[in-house]
Design a protein. Structure first.
Ligand SMILES: Nc1nc2c(ncn2[C@@H]2O[C@H](COP(=O)(O)OP(=O)(O)OP(=O)(O)O)[C@@H](O)[C@H]2O)c(=O)[nH]1
Length: 329
């Protein structure tokens, strides 16, 4: 059974998460989506769109399902699977989770990645953050949650650019690039974006993104480390293919070091046998590596987002596997 991809949509209060998701749901490709939201109705669902409901899960006319988080996200994700299994809920092939605007997504990623039952049925595809061009800079300044949301995202969506000058939007984009040098920044008006542009394999596996976490173009002057910042983003390039046993050793090195200082780690490492190993971690959780058939000439990358500078002993250990730091911190 193939695992169901999860896209986490994070972003500060009022930054346009609901607008984005509601717009995505109108697109035919997303008909089999289950949307999980924090509060009933936050997806702004027009009641005409509602077709049926079971417990607190509602079926929208376009075929999407929408449910509210009961207890915690892990319980909800397992519960909806149980509902599908016993026929109470129609099957779904994608999950979009709208997190609370004030939630720090890093612990949430940790919970997801650490739950074996969830990870057996689902896979974390990507994290999208909406950043409000009007209020975003202040939110980043005042709220560590907003800062974390921007740092851990695979894609940053700059919303409400119609309400600010191009110079202000550029200044915020530059700031975001400083916080998260590896995520592409996409301006989105009223949530209007083609699902294909946004969803899909996710950056951890998306070696072809124009300038994503795995941007390999040396002409892109990413600033990967910021001494003045509390956090650093470090990108390591794979200079060689690896054996499965090497991946186990890399996981062990990461486990020895993971902790609350680790906001997020994502990696795609090519193996000698043509597969790739996908690594993901957040906080103290290092999810067991997943092995997939790799795209030909997959460019291996590992991105570390940590509080403080990336620890030298870990970088040294990773260097032993041919993972070389991209740029100087
Ligand atoms: N002008 C303008 N308004 C927008 C845009 N995107 C969203 N909005 C408006 O911003 C307001 C907040 O958007 P929401 O989608 O509810 O934001 P949210 O992140 O889901 O908010 P919370 O659920 O409170 O965290 C709504 O009134 C939207 O219509 C945009 O690109 N331009």
């Amino acid at each position: 059974m193939s695992r169901i991809p999860i896209t986490l949509v994070t972003g500060f209060l009022g930054s346009g998460k609901t607008t984005l998701i509601a717009q995505l749901l109108t697109q035919p490709g997303l008909a089999g989506t289950l949307v999980v939201v924090n509060e009933f109705g936050v997806v702004g669902i027009d009641h005409d769109l509602l077709e049926a409901s079971s417990d607190d899960t509602i079926l929208l006319a376009n075929g999407c399902l929408c449910c509210t988080i009961r207890g915690n996200l892990v319980d909800t994700l397992l519960d909806v699977q149980a509902q599908v299994a016993d026929g109470r809920l129609r099957a779904f092939d994608r999950v979009v989770v709208e997190t609370s605007g004030v939630a720090d997504p890093a612990p949430l990623l940790g919970f997801l990645l650490s739950d074996a039952a969830v990870m057996a049925r689902y896979r974390l595809e990507q994290v999208i953050a909406t950043i409000d061009a009007v209020a975003g800079a202040e939110a980043l300044e005042r709220h560590p949650e907003a800062d974390h949301q921007a740092r851990v995202a695979d894609r940053l969506l700059l919303t409400k650019t119609d309400l600010v000058t191009p110079a202000a939007a550029d200044a915020l984009a530059a700031r975001l690039r400083g916080l998260n040098p590896v995520a592409p920044i996409l301006p989105v008006l009223q949530g209007q974006i083609a699902a294909e542009e946004l969803l899909g394999p996710g950056s951890a596996q998306d070696a072809t993104a124009p300038c994503g976490p795995f941007c390999g173009d040396p002409s892109h002057a990413h600033e990967h480390h910021h001494h003045a910042e509390r956090f650093s983003a470090t990108v390591l390039h794979a200079t060689q293919t690896l054996e499965e046993a090497d991946i186990a050793r890399i996981e062990a090195a990461l486990r020895a070091w993971a902790g609350p200082h680790l906001l997020r780690l994502k990696g795609i490492l090519p193996l000698r046998d043509g597969r790739v190993a996908i690594l993901q971690a957040a906080m103290m959780v290092v999810h067991p590596a997943e092995f997939q058939p790799g795209p030909a000439h997959a460019a291996g990358r590992l991105v570390l987002i940590v509080e403080g500078p990336a620890p030298a002993p870990l970088l040294q250990a990773l260097e032993g596997f041919g993972l070389e730091r991209d740029g100087v911190g």
